[in-house]
Design a protein around this ligand. Structure first.
Ligand code: SF4
Length: 348
């Protein structure tokens, strides 16, 4: 039986390397593999990652530019104004100079992309637009770091406005499978998330969309999330592991075990072979095993602090990458050069 399982696993890896996409049923089989097969599962994920994404990885960072008292009721989030006992800091937009200083520091440490993250559900009004314009203009002037943002819902016209301001990547998580979403949020719909992703894509931005695992969803629902992301042609998939926050409806949930996190990263790599799978919030739950995320198929990592929780020291992350012999890739710069070339030759 053991050999039969290993043969099936190996066959899947070879098919993925040959360009085939695995089915949802195959994803359900992979996600239920006994933990004893984790080394073999990861070895396959590592081959797939190297084949489609290369040896180097992406590193990005974020700034939470406006926090707390959010109109939405996402059950995992301490910034929601609906969770009165939650303890996320509440503050308005930070100064442009602080944003630029954070971006420059992360860039000097090797990050290639930097996300402006604001609580709330979309860009509302000229004041907010003006602030974003200032942020993006300042980042553009004072750093060559890739410009990303996560601002909630967008329609295509707003997405085009942000692109014209200099935004390059848009982050908007689906958070979970559609069949689980009612447990996560009821103030906006899953369809609004999908519409936002598609609006950003249509405006010509690279989309970064993933989810949070460990919110009480089933294994099948994790596979469902991966299949939805694949159907949406999302290029970059951040995977977070729930960091249960006191005062939120999910504050009592247990943290995922490190080996389960590795297993999930590997399954997402098998199902999304070409995506940039980047590990974000909750990575520190993996303790020492976080050094194995790339061997499990991740091709990117968020460095620095997360939205409302502290990350590891950036210096420790960079030491981890050096110890692994992993270099940081500059996809953003390659894309810019390619776009400039296409514009010069009249292709876009
Ligand atoms: S996840 Fe975003 S939209 Fe949801 S409550 Fe938190 S800040 Fe608001």
């Amino acid at each position: 039986m053991q050999q039969e399982i290993l043969n099936r696993l190996n066959d899947m890896v070879e098919r993925v390397l040959a360009g085939e996409l695995l089915t949802e049923d195959e994803g359900r089989w992979l996600i239920r593999l006994d933990a004893g097969y984790l080394p073999q599962l990861m070895a396959g994920a590592d081959r797939i990652r190297r084949h489609f994404r290369g040896e180097a990885v992406e590193a990005c960072g974020i700034s939470n530019v406006r926090s707390g008292n959010c109109s939405e009721n996402c059950s995992f989030c301490s910034q929601s104004g609906h969770h009165k006992a939650a303890t996320a800091p509440v503050y308005g937009y930070i100064a442009e100079t602080d944003l630029v200083a954070q971006a420059q520091r992360l860039r000097s440490l090797g990050a290639t992309d930097f996300g402006i993250v604001s609580k709330g559900w979309g860009v509302r009004g000229n004041k907010e637009k003006g602030k974003l314009q200032d942020y993006l203009a300042n980042l553009r002037e004072h750093s060559d770091i890739g410009r990303c943002a996560s601002l909630g819902a967008l329609d295509e016209s707003m997405a085009r406005e942000l692109k014209a301001m200099g935004l390059e990547n848009y982050h908007h998580n689906l958070e979970c499978a559609e069949s689980f979403f009612e447990n996560v949020c009821t103030t906006h719909s899953y369809q609004e998330n999908i519409d936002t992703i598609q609006a950003a894509q249509q405006a010509g931005m690279r989309v970064c969309a993933g989810g949070i695992l460990g919110m009480g969803e089933s294994l099948d629902q994790r596979v469902e999330l991966a299949m939805t992301l694949r159907a949406l042609n999302v290029e970059s998939v951040p995977l977070n592991f729930l960091n249960p926050q006191p005062g939120t409806p999910m504050g009592h949930l247990p943290k995922m075990e490190p080996r389960e996190c590795l297993h999930m990263i590997a399954v997402f790599r098998y199902l999304l072979p070409q995506a940039e799978i980047r590990i974000a919030g909750g990575r520190t739950h993996m303790r020492d095993l976080q050094a194995m995320i790339f061997y499990a198929g991740a091709s990117g990592v968020m460095i620095g602090d997360y939205l409302t929780t502290a990350g590891r020291k950036v210096e420790d992350d960079l030491q981890m990458l050096r110890d692994l012999g992993v270099t940081i890739r500059g996809d953003t710069f390659q894309r810019r050069a390619q776009q400039a070339q296409e514009q010069a030759t009249g292709l876009s």
